[in-house]
Structures are given as C-alpha cells and as structure tokens.
Design a protein around this ligand. Structure first.
Ligand code: AHM
Ligand code: MG
Length: 334
C-alpha cells in the first residue's frame, strides 16, 4: 500500500477524525481541487492551447481580462454549480453573485474566488494561481449578496492553488495549513506538507517598490529601515522579492517566511488599497494566521473587517508575525 496521502484521503480523515468537515464541505473542496487541476492543464498548455492574450473585455473593476481569467472563471462555475453543495458563488471577474440555477439542489455554502490571480504574469510564463474562500450561508430562504458580507473570521475553508514549476494546492479548514502537490501521472493532489509554519522573524520583504513615492510615511519608514541594512536601526540586511502574483508571494512566505505589503497609496486616495478583501486578503490572511503569521490592513486585523460590498478593496500587510506587528505599530503610532 502506498504511504502517499491524497487530498481525498486527507479530507475523509479530517471528516472522520475531527468531524469538523461536514460531507458537503468535503465535496466542495474536492470539486474546487478538480477545477484547479483543469485550470492547471490550460495554464500549462499556454500558447499551444490558444489561451494566452487578452480577451478584449473588462471586468467589474475596469481591468482588462485575459483569456485565461475568463476560462478559469467558467471552469470554477461549471465544476461547482451542479453538486448540491453550494447556494451561490462570487468571483473577482463577475459583477454580481452567481446563484446556483434552480435545476440543481441548493447547498449550504457560499464560494468566493479569484479565478486567476496575477493575470499580468500569464503571458510571461511566471507563476499565477487561483484563490478561494468558503463561507456558510446564513439561515433563511434564498440567497443574496448580503449573505456574502461576512468577516473573514467566519470562513470555514480557504486556500489557493499556485500554478508554478509545480502545481500546489494549499488549504486550511481551521486546523492548520496543509500543502498538496499535483502528481501529474496520477492526476491527484498528494499531501506534501502538513502543519505549515511561518517563522516569526524574517529578513525578506515583498512590496512593489515603484510605488514608493506614493506611499504613506509609516510604510516608507518601515521599508527605509529595511533598506538601511546592517548599519540601520534594524541591524540586519534585508532581501527583497516581488513576483506580482500574490499567490506566489504568499506561497514563498508560507514556505520560508517574509512579509508581503500592498498598502494604500496616494495615487487613488479614495481606494483603501489595490487588493480585494473577499477574494484575496481574507483567504490569504486566514492561511497566514493558521500558519502562525499575522495579517492586517496596516492598522487592524484583516479577518475582523466587516465587509460592506463584495468587491471591497483593502490594504494588505501579511506574513511573519513580528514584522507585521512592526508595520502595524508604525501606522497606529503615526
Ligand atoms: P489580479 O487579481 O488582477 O491579478 O491583481 C492582483 C495582483 C496580485 O496578485 C499582486 O500582488 C498585485 O496584483 C501586483 O500588483 P502590481 O502590478 O502593482 O505589482
Ligand atoms: Mg487577484
């Protein structure tokens, strides 16, 4: 018998032993993983699959959609709508919620996703990914957009799949973080790391430095201190990484620590940040917390933010706990 633990077995055992994954949630996670496998295949084909380039359309945020953004969105909807585990879905690529058509049974859960995060990296063959978050639908008949507006601490599952040199699915159901690597010959995700931990300290930061002139003073102070290196107030040299795919940056942080920042800046003073609370910050924030790290909007815990709208934006500071606390302190003291 193989000692390899597949995602299916992992979820069955989580359901059996701890009882905290109900059957519908287990099915949901398996379906999301299957959809990610399909997206991974399209991503891997690249130019051979005719899937690269722009779709010549804009999403609800006014961003140009890539062909793969649309394909990934459709794959996730088609995979999830008929299983009876969901009441509705919401996506970064769709303006309103997608209610499961009434020809299918209605389930208890709500699924939110960024179908293909890091779109600017698709055509240049750099890691991209799918991010997802699962909420329980509040009691009551029907389903509305209001039902989705729950703080991140209410998530019942969250994860992402990164399409890089390996395809890796990273998952939490509130019991730590587990990583599964796609075995392409077998066509299944295999558990490759359990109990993932983010070191509390780090010497690596991730931020888009080209925006520096637009930053607020506290974030500039933090980065300046990192750049000052061993002679500066931090007394150590820092390294910088910026992949421009949040999934890939977060994956590095879960693997070896670090801090990721996408702060508010003066270019668009009315927007709280670039990244989306419900599709990006909440699932990533919960994964990082489950691995012992921290996630704030530079002032307060991301998972405590009560969303006011589906496509709400937010500043994001997440990763190694002591560094996130430092950045947050600099903001709250300012
Ligand atoms: P997307 O969801 O449209 O792909 O945008 C989100 C991405 C994140 O993955 C990444 O951290 C950030 O945008 C990169 O922004 P920038 O282009 O400013 O470096
Ligand atoms: Mg995104």
């Amino acid at each position: 018998m193989s000692s390899k633990i597949s995602l299916t077995r992992y979820l069955v055992e989580q359901q059996r032993v701890d009882g905290h994954i109900p059957a519908q949630l287990r099915l949901l996670l398996e379906v999301v993983a299957r959809a990610c496998k399909s997206i991974s295949r399209s991503v891997n084909k690249g130019a051979l699959g005719g899937v690269l380039g722009s779709a010549e359309s804009e999403n609800v945020q006014g961003e140009m959609q890539k062909m793969l953004d649309i394909i990934a969105n459709e794959v996730l909807i088609e995979a999830n709508e008929w299983g009876g585990h969901l009441a509705a879905m919401a996506s970064e690529e769709m303006e309103g919620i997608y209610v499961v058509p009434n020809r299918y049974p209605q389930g208890e859960y709500l699924l939110l996703f960024d179908p293909l995060d890091g779109s600017s990296n698709i055509d240049v063959n750099v890691s991209i990914g799918t991010i997802f978050s699962v909420l329980k639908k509040p009691e009551g008949a029907g389903v509305s957009e209001q039902d989705f507006l729950q703080a991140g601490c209410k998530q019942v599952a969250a994860g992402y799949c990164v399409y890089g040199p390996q395809t890796t699915l990273v998952l939490t159901v509130g019991d730590g973080v587990a990583m599964f690597t796609l075995d392409r010959e077998q066509g299944s995700f295999i558990l490759t790391q359990e109990n993932v931990k983010v070191p509390e300290d780090t010497k690596e930061f991730a931020i888009n430095m080209s925006n520096m002139r637009h930053w607020d003073a506290p974030i500039k102070r933090y980065v300046d201190e990192c750049l000052a290196g061993v002679e500066g107030p931090r007394g150590k040299d820092f390294n910088m990484r910026w992949i421009a795919s949040m999934v890939a940056d977060v994956h590095r942080i879960l693997t070896r620590g670090g801090i990721f920042m996408y702060p508010w800046d003066k270019r668009e003073p009315d927007k709280p940040g670039k990244l989306r609370l419900m599709y990006e910050a909440n699932p990533m924030g919960w994964l990082i917390e489950q691995a012992g790290g921290a996630a704030t909007n530079a002032r307060t815990r991301i998972l405590d933010i009560q969303p006011e709208k589906l496509h709400q934006r937010v500043s994001v500071v997440l990763g190694s706990k002591n560094e996130v606390e430092r950045v947050t302190r600099y903001h709250n003291e300012a």
